[in-house]
Design a protein around this ligand. Structure first.
Ligand SMILES: [Fe+2]
Length: 305
């Protein structure tokens, strides 16, 4: 009989691609992809195969790449519309490219698990992160699988979560950070309060591409479970965060200059290690616009299984 720690994780059958080679990493998520040079992509089929692999493995890793702004945007556009971030510093030529740079004067600040931009009505569909500078050791990133986190909960807990919504707030985490200070401080905070009212998302969403159920609460941007007493909300969210962060649901990536990762934002959370401070780490990032979230409907989808 299966016990609480018995997840029976299964590897996806390896797809047969014509242009890329995919090597899965853990049973939960993540794959190394080779056979592509992003500064010279010869066919849209390459992008189509990468997208197919992304929805299967949720986070893809590429090594030894150069990614000029033009190529970074072309890759992002193969998934949809590139976005501009509210707070992050932007590249001088490409406003859609955020520069995430930390060193002795700029300590890393986002070192908590999160799904990108859940404070938006339409959270990002995917994120493409390029590594420009990385210390010899440290600065890794971890991802976890939000579909597995849902699937491994027992039925009564799933039933309870399927009816719930959560509030997400841009200022929940950014308020008081150096990043917000750099973007305009208190004045910027007041502006964001007007442009970004607190948004609600279902706790269990139907993934916009795969339609799989995914948990969409995270300890960075989620403020509260709607309609619950604050202590109930706090305790249920803590339980969910601990469950999501189960090591069996994760993968960890060691960056090198020239590495790229692309992640399926709705199906994952990520955590950036701050262990390299005060050394220099520089990344270039684009997110792609997602869709309005949709609650997962157990009855509607159970007929398809
Ligand atoms: Fe992030």
């Amino acid at each position: 009989m299966a016990h609480a720690g018995h997840y029976a994780l299964k590897l996806n059958p390896k797809p047969d691609y014509q242009h890329i080679k995919v090597e899965p990493i853990t049973l939960a998520l993540g794959a190394y992809v080779s056979g592509v040079n992003f500064s010279d992509v010869c066919s849209n089929m390459v992008y189509a195969e990468i997208a197919d692999a992304l929805w299967k493995y949720h986070v893809l890793f590429f090594r030894n790449q150069t990614l000029p702004g033009k190529s970074h945007l072309a890759l992002a556009r193969s998934f949809g519309k590139p976005e501009v971030h509210e707070i992050f510093q932007a590249d001088n030529d490409y406003p859609e490219i955020s520069i995430l740079e930390n060193d002795n004067k700029r300590p890393p600040e986002i070192n908590t698990w999160h799904t990108d931009t859940t404070f938006r009505k339409k959270p990002s569909l995917c994120t493409i992160l390029f590594c420009e500078t990385m210390p010899e050791a440290g600065g890794d990133t971890m991802w976890l699988n939000q579909n597995l986190a849902f699937e491994t909960l027992s039925e009564p807990i799933r039933e309870m979560l399927l009816g719930l919504e959560a509030e997400h707030d841009i200022l929940n985490y950014y308020a008081g950070t150096e990043m917000l200070e750099g973007a305009g401080g208190e004045e910027k905070g007041l502006e964001l309060r007007k442009t970004h009212p607190v948004v609600r998302h279902p706790v269990i969403i139907s993934h916009p591409i795969t339609r799989k159920p995914c948990l969409l609460v995270n300890p960075t941007h989620t403020k509260k479970l709607s309609g619950l007493r604050s202590l109930e909300s706090h305790r249920i969210l803590q339980f969910l965060y601990e469950h999501q962060q189960t090591p069996e649901f994760t993968v960890r990536f060691r960056w090198e200059p020239g590495s790229i990762s692309i992640w399926d934002n709705f199906a994952t959370q990520h955590y950036a290690f701050a262990d390299y401070y005060p050394m220099h780490r520089k990344m270039r990032r684009i997110t792609v616009e997602g869709e309005n979230t949709e609650a997962y409907d157990l009855r509607r989808f159970s007929n398809n299984c």
